[in-house]
Design a protein around this ligand. Sequence first.
Ligand SMILES: Cc1ncc(COP(=O)(O)O)c(C=O)c1O
Ligand SMILES: [Zn+2]
Length: 395
Amino acid sequence: MAMPLIAFLECSRCHLHLDATTPQTVCTACSGTLYVRYDLSAAVSLKQRELVGKGDKDAGWSGMWRYRQVLPDVEPVTLGEGWTPMLRSRRNRNVWLKEEGANPTGTFKARGLALAVTMARHYGIKKLAAPSAGNAGGALAAYAAAAGIEAHIFMPKDVPMANQVECVAYGAHLTLVDGLISDCGRIVAERKAAEGWFDISTLKEPFRVEGKKTMGYELVEQLGWEYPDAVFYPTGGGVGMIGMWKAFEEMEQLGWVTGKRPKMIAIQAAGCAPVARAFNQGETVSTMWQDAHTFAPGLRVPKPYGDSMILEIVRASAGTALALTDDEIFESLKDWARHEGILLSPEGAAATAAYDRLLATGFLKPEDSVVLFNTGSGNKYTDVIAAKLTQEGLL
Ligand SMILES: Cc1ncc(COP(=O)(O)O)c(C=O)c1O
Ligand SMILES: [Zn+2]
């Protein structure tokens, strides 16, 4: 089954077309994030949809590569990412948990970095650099090791221990920074030219979004090629939300799904909620959140690069953006551990807590079908969770 050639890269803001035969970062005219565009005509029709996953055996790659009809035509650097379980809640048949903790390196970051590192190897790039809230760094370290590429990772010094351990174990160059992901991003930007690094930061190259779009394909396929009523996405940089929305647009063009797109719910933490604040104030961009702090490290992004894209998607889908306190998040984490047998990441627990809140406010009804993203495994956060349990006298 053929994989499509990339036709061009398209700026999400000014729609300028750029060539994909050489590595690109952001739009050369306006610095907007670039989308990958293909000629997908060969994949149009329900007959083509039936071929999804059929090529895995011949190719020797599976997971998210089951969607090879809509991914770039290159040999992947794969560790088995994607095609994660869709688990039905034991307490409400209409609630589905997309268990991204099953990915290599234990989070959904594997999808974006598998594709971004695949393309980096394809372009012959030798050194990659990125700031990270933790999990993207771990995933980059793993895929770079698999590809034989150098990785330079900058993370806040208080990221969970698992993230530090994985970077070092995979042989990446790790720098712990006394600051936030925004400070880490600044260091990469300042040093990349002199060091010869390619900047693989969130939304500053086109392929992390492209890898994460497979979450949109998967959730629709796993629900029998139907949209749910709402998708709950713990939002830091917002890459997954942007990727899933792109997937829905493509799937409609392909004739693979019809009907009303889900309400997209952007979930943030009360101690760092630039998107939720902008949404509530009717703004189209966010402003830098001061003194960002939360128990969910992946949500500690004080000013996402793609804020306007996230806000546009939330509004276009008739969704909402909301922020939960650390206490609400931790209560939901314990609730799902005790009643569902699932140890959520703090970010995932923000999604489950948000579902409870939106049921209570009447924004959603128990009969609405929802997909809650557990973006990572709770097992990557034993130090963070232990501190909370200790605080509550439970450990
Ligand atoms: C577990 C987890 N969930 C959610 C996020 C936020 O992801 P995004 O940047 O796609 O919004 C992160 C980012 O670090 C994360 O590690
Ligand atoms: Zn542009």
